[in-house]
Design a protein around this ligand. Structure first.
Ligand code: SME
Length: 166
């Protein structure tokens, strides 16, 4: 069922996260399909923040494969082992959120788009394995901070509880 998203664009970033997280929980509560829910989560984040690229990469053997996203054409596969590539590969191997203020200063950054200037990648960890990462790219440097990390990690917990903790 389609729903109308409520976003106060004049609010602070933190207030917008606090506004949309319950709406995300509500939207995914009535649907069991993982792909469908990730797709709507991308749509909600994109509507709320309108970053350059917002999407998921999903574990597929030794790589991450492109999942639901909003934004320009993206790389399909990112190696994780034996040699991780890019910010997504780093998030998968360290199992920690990667905050990259300037992608040109991140060794091995994968430039899917030359317009991307900063990036955050947040892993979803289940049973000590990274099942997915959420990757958000910005056309400006220094876009993401601990507030994004806090709420996007909360979002990954919501997805994990819904789709992995069964
Ligand atoms: N920049 C990412 C690759 C994915 S695209 O940005 C959509 C990385 O370095 O892992």
């Amino acid at each position: 069922m389609a729903e109308n998203l409520q976003v106060n664009y004049n609010a602070s970033k933190e207030d917008i996260y606090q506004e949309i997280l319950p709406q995300i929980e509500s939207v995914i509560s009535s649907e069991e399909n993982y792909t469908a829910n990730l797709a709507n989560i991308c749509a909600i984040l994109d509507t709320a923040f309108n970053h350059l690229w917002t999407g998921f990469y999903l574990k597929d053997g030794n790589t991450l494969v492109l999942g639901p996203f909003q934004g320009p054409l993206a790389c399909t596969r990112i190696p994780v082992s034996p040699v991780p590539r890019g910010v997504c590969g780093a998030a998968a191997v360290t199992q920690e959120t990667q905050l990259v203020a300037d992608v040109d200063k991140f060794p091995g950054h994968i430039a899917c788009s030359s317009a991307s200037k900063s990036e955050i990648v947040v892993p979803l960890i289940h049973n000590n394995e990274v099942e997915a990462v959420l990757d958000i790219d910005s056309a400006q440097t220094d876009t993401f901070d601990h507030i994004d990390a806090k709420y996007l990690e909360e979002l990954m917990q919501i997805i994990k509880t819904k789709h992995f903790n069964k």
